[in-house]
Design a protein around this ligand. Structure first.
Ligand code: ZN
Length: 317
């Protein structure tokens, strides 16, 4: 039987300046900007989506850039690091590329005996890891700024720091169909199936300061479910655990249910479809400012509120 939850759908973070955000994720990292829309709950703020060519679940990193907001802080009760999957041989390429753009990175470390990990942060302090591995069959995406053989293929894992693991572990296993895939030291890796893009790493960090929301912090992580029927089944299971899930909310590109897991992290369950090409063709994803039907009548006002931004890749070739 197909699992109700099949992996990570998207990860959403808070950022400061939207142009810097585009320059870093599309420019330095070479992700495709697949959608430029607004935060449906705060339409004066952009919602920028980055992903692979078609903006598939498992590749989507998204941002709410609130210009001028205070910086957040990494810490407990938060998801702190987003892992991206890259080929094992591309470690040297990426070290050189990060050096070229003056991005400090930690010394590469081996994890679980078969992956090398390079940690760095964007200009807002968002934690990123490139995970060099040989087990990801997914195709990469490039604008041509990064040779396709070195380009990012999507997420590898998401890292969550917790004071206590058991209640979050129970939720992942019993309500969300995850299993323990691997463990090493204080890191426990869960997934609905053992494949890059699905891994949730719970890191046991008792006594570590609580994280703070702000620029650079992860706002929530969304998990993929097939459709509204499976989404409702998950919602009922979450409700039975007294975790107060929201009703199903229409996010245009998918529908969503939100709840806070017992460790304090905001979780979302999102449907696989309809997908990023519901309002613009795949060849032109992210090129124009898209608004959902409820905000289209206010387009002129909204366009005056958001700062003009553009994709400028020439500096990142
Ligand atoms: Zn979301």
């Amino acid at each position: 039987m197909e699992k109700l939850i099949t992996g990570i759908h998207h990860i959403t973070a808070l950022a400061d300046d939207p142009q810097k955000n585009i320059d870093f994720y599309a420019g330095v990292l070479g992700l495709r900007m697949v959608k430029k829309t607004v935060n449906f709950d705060a339409p004066e703020v952009y919602h920028l989506y980055y992903g692979n060519k078609t903006g598939d679940p498992g590749t989507l990193l998204t941002f709410f850039p609130y210009s001028g907001i205070q910086r957040g802080r990494r810490g407990n009760r938060m998801m702190n690091t987003t892992g991206f999957s890259v080929p094992a041989y591309s470690l040297g390429y990426w070290q050189q590329r990060l050096k070229r753009f003056k991005i400090d990175y930690s010394a590469p470390v081996e994890r679980f005996h078969n992956e090398m990990v390079l940690y760095f942060e964007d200009h807002d302090g968002t934690g990123i890891e490139l995970v060099f591995n040989e087990k990801d069959p997914r195709p990469a995406f490039t604008y041509g700024t990064i040779p396709i053989e070195n380009a990012i293929k999507g997420f590898y894992h998401a890292e969550i720091w917790l004071d206590d693991l058991p209640s979050t572990v129970d939720l992942l296993k019993n309500e969300m169909g995850h299993e323990l895939i691997a463990e090493s030291g204080n890191r426990f890796r869960f997934a609905p199936s053992d494949a890059p893009g699905n891994y949730i790493d719970l890191v046991h960090t008792p006594g570590t300061q609580k994280g703070l929301s702000g620029a650079g912090s992860i706002h929530h992580i969304a998990f993929t479910t097939a459709n509204r029927e499976t989404q409702e089944q998950v919602r009922i299971k979450i409700a039975q655990q007294m975790l107060n899930p929201t009703q199903i909310i229409d996010r245009n590109y998918f529908t969503s249910v939100y709840f806070r897991e017992p460790g304090g992290v905001l979780f979302e369950i999102a449907t696989a479809g309809p997908g990023m090409d519901i309002d613009e063709p795949v060849e032109h994803l992210g090129e124009t400012f898209r608004l959902p039907p409820q905000y289209e009548p206010y387009r002129d006002e909204i366009e005056k509120l958001v700062k003009p931004v553009r994709l400028q890749l020439n500096n990142y070739l």
